[in-house]
Design a protein around this ligand. Structure first.
Ligand code: ADP
Length: 395
């Protein structure tokens, strides 16, 4: 029997969704709502091979979800909202959850508690859950955590060198994020290239948020984000790793409180902080090509960090069979991919410049010892598959 499943991926001011016929994995409709909470929110919707875009004020996430259901009804994709059998929510921080779970009050409470660790995302994820519960009381709701895929990391990779009781009593450790994306890349790579070619894989998710994951035979063994999604690589507006002593220094020196510092690290740092121009890679590449030195510096620091993580993960994996680039920058920026690979010759990594320019699936040169691929990620299908499994629809 077929089910209709909605995958929901909520950000702090946006919602992306895909509506599937499962288990066929047919996308019936998809879309996104951006700038929720402000004036002129943008709702893009695609169904029956037609795309539409409307601009209207959508004040909050609950209203955004109502808009999505209304659009599914008015476009004739469903005739009654009871046709939606299940909803999968991408949840940012799952703490110690090692897999996706059916949402009940206990799960909701836990997601709420974990909001302290992911203040930008867990609260809006929770609003989504509550809104659907009200709108679709009979649908199965499933939580798919960004952190779960990384539960296979060994202790030595997730433990911080802090007093042990912080880990034991308060769960302060590396969790890692972008789980559904790295999982999709791991599974899709095997489908496309086979197990042997993908045994020691580095997945590079480079978007507004960026993280790398070392994947050994399909399992995460290390990843660059940490206790929160602020850690690791330089990102659009997030700092990534910095010397921890900088934080008390800034607080004391500039009389900033922890809220101000958190804002600065999450929203004013990264590519935007270094360049002073933009957090958007397209803007920075353009500015750098016209000679803007700080834009070039932002690119250089971004790439340098990625190269360091790849070197570290080559050690964790004892060599690399394959590197995959994904997400906005990974998928569409030949410049960044070429820059990253330019210092990896010692690992046998060699890019074919022509293939790289066209964002081809395989971009390694014939004599490269490492396979290099460009694969669009698909977090929503991982969410929909998990709904099928966890809700018992696959039985
Ligand atoms: P999010 O993390 O919000 O899902 P995306 O995966 O969509 O973000 O990635 C957004 C990033 O991808 C932005 O920095 C954007 O500039 C970059 N990007 C998109 N297209 C291109 C391109 N053609 N060249 C370079 N960068 C690109």
């Amino acid at each position: 029997m077929s089910q209709k499943i909605l995958s929901i991926n909520s950000g702090s001011s946006s919602i992306k969704f895909k509506f599937y016929q499962m288990p066929e994995e047919e996308v019936l409709a998809s879309g996104s709502i951006d700038r929720i909470g402000g004036k002129n929110s943008e709702f893009s919707f695609s169904a029956h091979a037609e795309k539409s875009k409307i601009v209207k004020d959508i004040p909050d996430h609950s209203s955004a979800i109502q808009e999505v259901i209304e659009m599914l009804l008015t476009s004739g994709i469903i005739h009654n909202k009871s046709e939606i059998d299940g909803v999968g929510h991408r949840i940012s921080h799952g703490g110690s959850y090692t897999k996706s779970v059916l949402i009940d009050q206990k799960v909701e409470d836990r997601i709420d508690e974990l909001s302290v660790l992911s203040p930008l995302h867990n609260p809006v994820n929770l609003i989504g859950i509550k809104a659907f519960k009200k709108l679709l009381p009979d649908a199965k709701e499933v939580a798919v955590f960004d952190t779960s895929f990384h539960h296979t990391m060994p202790e030595k990779a997730y433990l911080y060198a802090l007093p042990y009781e912080y880990y034991e009593k308060h769960g302060i450790r590396r969790y890692g994020f972008h789980g559904p994306s790295h999982q999709y890349i791991a599974e899709r790579s095997v489908e496309l290239f086979g197990k042997e070619q993908t045994s020691r894989l580095i997945s590079c998710h480079l978007g507004n948020g960026s993280s790398l994951c070392a994947i050994k035979d399909g399992e995460s063994i290390n990843t660059s984000m940490g206790f929160t999604p602020l850690a690791g690589l330089v990102m659009g507006t997030r700092s990534g790793d910095i010397d921890p002593e900088i934080l008390p220094f800034i607080e004391e020196e500039f009389d900033m409180n922890s809220h101000d510092v958190r804002e600065m690290l999450n929203k004013k740092s990264g590519l935007l902080g270094i360049s002073g121009i933009s957090n958007d890679m397209r803007d920075l590449e353009e500015a750098a090509s016209k000679g803007n030195k700080r834009a070039q510096l932002a690119l250089d620091v971004f790439v340098h960090q990625i190269q360091h993580y790849i070197g570290a993960y080559a050690t964790d994996l004892n060599g690399i069979d394959m590197i995959v680039f994904t997400a906005g920058i990974g998928q569409y920026s030949p410049t960044i991919r070429a820059m990253v690979c330019s210092q990896l010759g010692y690992l046998g990594v060699k890019v074919d410049e022509e293939k790289n320019k066209t964002n081809a699936l395989s971009i390694e040169a014939d004599d490269s010892k490492v396979k290099i691929a460009v694969i669009p990620t698909d977090e929503e299908i991982i969410i929909a598959r998990d709904v099928m499994e966890v809700a018992g629809f696959s039985d």
